[in-house]
Design a protein around this ligand. Structure first.
Ligand code: NAG
Ligand code: NAG
Length: 996
């Protein structure tokens, strides 16, 4: 990147922006943009991105492939995104999963990005690559591998040791991204270095331009040429298009409603951003308005309200009010975080989250699309496919001057022809129904006040609308429409326009020109048609009864209630970026359509018997109508509209009941047995810690697990000492992150647990335990089990939170110097030399059964004891492992979401992990929650074969614990046209060399 020429450019003064004559790109800015372009396929100006010279609304969905470890399901998710009308997907890459051992970059199998790129091409979506190296993303370490805890430099700074540590990853992942760029025929059009480079400690010189340039240079050196984009957490303008270290396109993120999902109807006061237009014009007048992460749901901590509640807080009303405010600002790069959240399987999450990363997003963790926010988004995203004027409109501040009611604020967006008026409640979270009249400008008829056939428009609770004037629909001009536009298509013999409104609202739509003799209300009633001088007005009250009106000979207008509009789709053709010309009413999901001579072929999903109705785009004399490869009987009327019925047959299948399965069990804490040998364990012998952020040890040798290469889940320590007979207490400070817990035994005797809670204080615990009388001169051993909830993120620079250690921080055995105890420890077998290359570096922790690989299929269970399973439980503190196998033979052609649920829970303190075919797909903390149901996708579960299920149970208190109920559940079943789902690799158990 050439920077030298840019240094002298000052920020443009604020006075330059706004104003009635709009934003002109000055020539300096234009030249500057040109000099930054390293290729000529993806270009941009102040308004929008262009691909091969064509402007495109970047309607982008955040998806993390690593949160769905079944590569053949990626296309399923991307098709569901594409079906909403998105044009792009943004994805983070998690360095921790790809370079668990320093120097060994591995992106194969479930970590291979090739199938993701292929799926994006298949679905017809562009990609924004976000490789970090720092991503935050609520993943362990914010994406930093555990070994970075030992790096001799400050993270996310220009310190040489840090930059060197990133070099291998950046070169490798940079090359992978580079090969998938649009310049090489791939889907990648944008890339974001770093992430939310934003928060810093007082006294630290920020931003560090050299650091930024180095991060960018590593990726550029690997061959990335597409434009870079910044994602500032707030609009602080640290790295912009004109700072000494710069990006091509400035962008920021925002989560305006916050994360208080406990109060899902409460929108924060002043939650609506209103100064963005001015700020962005000041910060980056030469790049399109980019919201690189915009709230699509909310993350949740342990003990939180759960994601269903978040999906209510961040619901369809939130999308209407808040997203339309983004359109008012002129966002043309708009990425929604998350659109599909997925699962923090295999310990990939950070401590402040839990297994589900559903996020309350448009698509659920089970990949279902029933949330109303999914349908609302489809209405919004499709509008931009048919409203190119939006991308070039001049932007203005919102004002009251466009309405007669101060309770309504309107933001105009204006071109020479089309104008948009984005109306919202002045008090953005109002739940009132407010009447208003709107002033619209027209080229042909001057200023008009609408409605003209009724007193008022109405804005109901938490709504916002995009009204238009001089809006082109093919060769027709809508003088204005107060109803919102879903889509329109022009065909050789007719034009079809679909508009919608909320229940009981009055709407009007005026078409330029004189009515014709053929004009008629084709369907429905109560539409007023009035001829004015030069245009025809339609007026109607929105009702569940749909109305279809034919005006000016060949324009068919569908006037729908919004809930009815939800059933309409403008499906894409396979591998096409745009939409097809087909408009179809169907039910649950239409994935794709192919139109071929006299054949129309849909691929989709239904959750009930569904009428499909093709209102535009069917071949004139349709001969064959296929749905999911099956030919359907159909009718085609004289207007060319095709109707047919897709039958939904409830599939018949049986799922096993967990309580009836044959379970085996094995003690998962043999360390407590007198003859247990820890000879093979790692000796905690480091007198100093390599951890530069926490250098002051309070123990004679370091007991930071990360210093010895252990970063994932259960950590176990063994402390040997010789008693002097005077001991009566043992103090220990353990640390495992939010909601962690620890238990301590002396030989086989339980001496106590810190069970944990979800407060910020309890990321570590100081525990003092009573000891039984010890025999002088005898050897004893403490066994300490610690639940590492995942390494912290590293948000604030250079706070070094990723380096916050896990393990034992301090201890005191009464009557002994600390050096009287000699410690050993273990985590997962091999530590950073992890064994299971297929499931990755984080999937297993340090429990005996994990070290032995007993969580893997075909573990040698025949030598174990019979058991009733997890509901049998333990009568005293300890850890036990239950395993079973079951066969599934589920019908094909259906999507049958399966999950495992802990039911009838009591307040007893215990922790559990679920393993399915060797993949850890759930960590359960009974006394903290909130998650109790754990979805496991097909591809991890074998739907046509044998499955191996394992559950660990860690009873933390006197009296033990049992799982009250553990069940296999089935979610909403759909009949699907989605193809085969291949299993993720599930290599079986093999005797592990050197396992202890
Ligand atoms: C089918 O899905 C839609 C959402 O797309 C939902 O509103 C409806 O209730 C579902 N029907 C059944 C029978 O599950
Ligand atoms: C435990 O003690 C240490 C040292 O006094 C202190 O820094 C830490 O905050 C304590 N932890 C808790 C959870 O109180």
């Amino acid at each position: 990147m050439l920077l030298s020429g840019l240094r002298l450019l000052p920020l443009l003064p604020l006075a330059w922006v706004g104003g009635v004559d709009g934003r002109a790109v000055d020539t300096v800015a234009a030249a500057k943009v040109e000099s930054r372009q390293q290729q000529n396929i993806v270009t941009w100006d102040d308004k929008s991105l262009m691909i091969n010279g064509e402007r495109l609304m970047i309607f982008s969905a955040e998806v993390h492939p690593f949160r769905l470890p079944v590569t053949s399901l990626w296309l399923d998710v991307l098709q569901k995104i594409k079906a909403m009308g998105y044009t792009c997907v943004s994805f983070y890459i998690d360095w921790f999963l790809l370079e668990g051992k320093q120097g060994e970059f591995r992106a194969e199998g479930i970590f291979d990005l090739e199938p993701f790129f292929e799926a994006a091409k298949q679905a017809g979506l562009y990609l924004l690559a976000r490789p970090g190296p720092y991503i935050n993303a609520e993943v362990a370490g914010g994406g930093f591998p555990g070994w970075l805890q030992r790096v001799q430099g400050r993270l996310r700074t220009n310190d040489a040791a840090y930059l060197e540590a990133t070099a291998n990853y950046s070169a490798n992942i940079g090359r992978i991204i580079a090969e998938a760029q649009i310049t090489n025929g791939g889907p990648v059009i944008l890339y974001q270095p770093e992430n939310e480079y934003q928060s810093y400690l007082e006294g630290y010189e920020f931003p560090d331009y050299e650091y930024w340039e180095n991060v960018d240079r590593q990726f550029r050196d690997a061959g990335i040429v597409v434009p870079s984009i910044n994602n500032e957490a707030h609009m602080n303008a640290y790295i912009t298009t004109s700072t000494p270290a710069s990006v091509d396109i400035y962008g920021h993120d925002s989560y305006p409603l916050g994360f208080d999902c406990f109060n899902p109807t409460v929108w924060p006061e002043d939650g609506l951003p209103t100064d963005w237009l001015e700020l962005n014009n000041q910060i980056a007048p030469d790049s399109p308005y980019a919201l690189v992460e915009f709230q699509g749901g909310g993350f949740q901590p342990p003990g939180g309200a759960g994601f269903e509640a978040c999906s209510q807080l961040l619901n369809h009303e939130f999308e209407r009010v808040i997203y339309k405010n983004n359109y008012a600002v002129g966002a043309t790069i708009f990425n929604i975080y998350m659109t599909f959240g997925g699962t923090n399987w295999g310990n990939l999450g950070h401590a402040e989250g839990y297994s589900s990363y559903d996020y309350g997003a448009q698509i659920t963790e089970e990949r279902l699309v029933y949330r109303e926010k999914y349908s609302e988004m489809k209405l919004q995203a499709n509008f931009f496919h048919v409203s190119p004027a939006y991308l070039v409109a001049d932007r203005f501040n919102s004002s009251l001057e466009w309405t007669d009611n101060e309770a309504i604020t309107v933001t105009p967006a204006i071109t020479d022809t089309t104008k948009f008026y984005i109306a919202r409640h002045t008090q953005y979270d109002s739940t009132e129904t407010v009447p208003y009249r709107l002033k619209v400008q027209t080229v042909g008829f001057g200023d008009l006040t609408v409605p003209q056939l009724s007193d008022s428009l109405y804005l109901t609770r938490r709504d916002s609308k995009i009204h238009v004037s001089d809006y082109l629909v093919g060769d027709k001009n809508l003088v204005y429409s107060t109803a919102e536009i879903f889509t329109w298509k022009k065909y050789s013999d007719k034009t079809v326009l679909v508009v919608y409104g909320g229940p009981d609202e009055h709407h009007e739509l005026a078409v330029e020109g004189r009515g014709s003799d053929d004009d008629e209300v084709v369907e429905g009633s109560d539409v007023t048609v009035e001829q004015r001088d030069g245009y025809t007005i339609l007026g109607w009250a929105v009702s569940p009864e749909r109305k279809v009106v034919r005006v000016h000979g060949d324009l068919y207008i569908y006037l729908l209630e919004r809930n009815e509009a939800y059933n309409f789709w403008v499906p894409p053709e396979p591998a096409q970026v745009g939409t097809s010309s087909v408009i179809v009413k169907a039910g649950y999901l239409i994935r794709t359509v192919e139109v071929d001579d006299a054949t129309l072929s849909f691929v989709g999903d239904v959750n009930a018997t569904t009428t499909i109705e093709v209102i535009g785009g069917a071949p004139e004399k349709l001969e064959t109508l296929n749905f999911n490869g099956r030919s359907l009987p159909f009718e085609q009327d004289e207007r060319g509209v095709v109707t047919a019925t897709v039958e939904f047959r409830k599939p018949r299948f049986k799922l096993p009941s967990c309580s009836r399965l044959k379970w085996k069990k094995i003690d998962a804490l043999p360390e407590l047995q007198p003859d247990y040998s820890d000879d093979a364990w790692t000796v905690a012998d480091l007198k100093e810690t390599p951890n530069t952020a926490f250098p002051d040890l309070r123990t004679p040798t370091s007991l930071y697990a990360g210093d010895y290469g252990y970063h994932t889940r259960t950590l176990i320590y063994r402390g040997h000492f010789t008693a002097n007979g005077g001991e009566s207490t043992f103090f220990i400070q353990t640390q495992g992150g939010m909601a962690f817990g620890s238990s301590v035994w002396l030989d086989d005797k339980f001496i106590g647990s810190f069970v944990g809670d979800s407060t910020w204080e309890s990321t570590n615990a100081n525990s003092t335990y009573e000891l039984p009388a010890l025999e002088k001169g005898r050897q004893y051993v403490f066994t300490v089990v610690i639940d590492n909830m995942g390494l912290n993120n590293n948000y604030v620079i250079p706070e070094e939170k990723q380096k916050i250690p896990r393990g034992i921080l301090d201890y005191e055995l009464e009557g002994h110097p600390k050096s009287d105890i000699s410690w050993k420890l273990t985590g997962n077998l091999g530590g950073e030399n992890y064994l299971d290359k297929d499931r990755g570096p984080l999937n297993e922790g340090g429990l005996f059964i994990e070290r032995q690989g007993y969580h893997l299929p075909v573990a040698p269970t025949k030598y174990w004891d019979y058991s009733k399973g997890p509901t049998e439980g333990l009568t005293k503190p300890g850890i036990v492992y239950y395993a079973t196998s079951f066969d599934l033979n589920l019908p094909t052609g259906y999507d049958i979401p399966i999950s495992f649920e802990f039911v009838n829970t009591t307040a007893v303190a215990y922790r559990a992990q679920i393993f399915v075919n060797g993949y850890q797909f759930g960590t359960y903390v009974n006394h903290i929650g909130p998650q109790s149901r754990y979805p496991v996708p097909q591809g991890i579960l074998n739907y046509h074969g044998t499955n191996y299920l394992g559950v660990t149970l860690w009873a933390m208190e006197e009296g033990g614990a049992k799982v009250e109920g553990f069940e296999i559940r089935v979610g909403t079943v759909t009949a699907t046209g989605y193809g085969n789902i291949e299993m993720a690799p599930t290599p079986a158990w093999k005797r592990r060399e050197g396992a202890y």
